[in-house]
Design a binder for this molecule. Sequence first.
Ligand code: UN1
Length: 498
Amino acid sequence: MVDIEKKLVNYIDGEWVLPDRNNYTAVVNPATGQTITKVPLSSDNDVKAAVKSAKKAQKRWALIPAPQRAELLYRVGSMMKERKEHLAKLLTMENGKVLEEARGEVQEGIDMAFYMAGEGRRLFGQTTPSELKNKFAMSVRAPVGVVGIITPWNFPIAIATWKSFPAIVAGNAVIWKPATETPIMAYELAKIFEEAGLPNGVLNVVFGSGSDVGEAMVADDDIRVISFTGSNETGRNIAGKCGMKLKKVSLEMGGKNAVIVMDDADLSLAVEGILWSAFGTSGQRCTACSRVIVHKDVKEELTERLLTEMEKLTIGNGLDESIKVGPIINQGALEKIDRYVQIGRQEGAMLLAGGYTLHDEKDNNGYYYAPTLFTDVDRTMRIAKEEIFGPVVSLIEVDSLEEAIEINNEVSYGLSSSIFTQNVNQVFAAQRDLDTGIVYVNAGTIGAEIHLPFGGTKGTGNGHRDSGLAALDVFTEWKSVYVDFSGKLQRAQIDIEA
Ligand code: UN1
């Protein structure tokens, strides 16, 4: 068995196995700076072993009827539900997000389990008439084979369920590389699958870095899909390599999400929405609000109200239920956020709140950043265009809805957007014209539900979607099947006379 207080090991072919080389890195609780456990830095040999086991297992797994494969997901969902509190606490410890949000993330995984289990009894294909007599035509979803999933540290369990559950219910076997910062959720989820009775080799977890494990997965011809959530740079690198190999790749790479506040908005609601979207998870969501595009007539009032509410935010260790904003994942991320704040100052934006790192009084080795608000931000500034991935918001003033939409759309990302207005015409115009994969009306930019497609336009991805039914398109191939029961050779397009 694995003693997670000492170190984690890989999960390959239904066994917990030591990595190929004796190389580990520390897993640190970002709230305290203390080491929780160690995680293997595996090599391409570990990936090869995982692929070998997955190839063998997948053939058998695909022959099990989908409703039975789904039974297993029901069990996984039920076990996650029973262990929700346990999982949430571990998630807070390895990732830092506050307990309430950790519970929410685990719930997202539970929802995904039950939703995808339902798909085991649907997995709808299509039937369509043939152009020929006595011939039947249909298209069915076939599993792709062995698929690779690469998941980030900011949603270590939810995003893993968005990818692995549809893959598994559709009859694939999975090689999973979790982020090295947050391997405990991967360990816990794999353990749940094991206890739920998943056949050996259908899910394999290989811990390690992107440059070793990730690259080996991309390079391996037996892995037919790579589904990745993470940074833009890494995603583009993966896309390039997969492109040359004609390997299917699904990418989700962040956002520069805006809340638009119109002059008729319910300002109390808008403030709540902005606070939750911008400072929840310390801004470390792909969907986090990092721009507020505000109508000039309500700018002053909105700013004042925001500042008043920001002062009330409690910052610290997320295990303490009174805390609203947890730590930043690590020192590197903290420095990146601070660099952006310095850039914002140099660019001439006015800093109204925050703008500094801080220490929790009890856990003074954690990585904390004060919720930060800039105003007088010009749309051309870097802080208005680049993803910061931290608790930093830029206020941009506009005169009209048209201008707000133009500014929302001119960044290179297109994940999430939101508008606060009570004008129904503006609602419909905005939902049509905002160039993002997710649009909210009178709600912040975060809080996507798992049965809708998740992803975005432009630099956010490459057209695929996580979760929702769309996830099945990533993990299945369309197979067109023709059954000719005429007893003679009928040539399509030629023997078409009635
Ligand atoms: C992410 O930040 O990559 O919509 C995922 C949300 C969450 C998922 C975020 N349900 O904010």
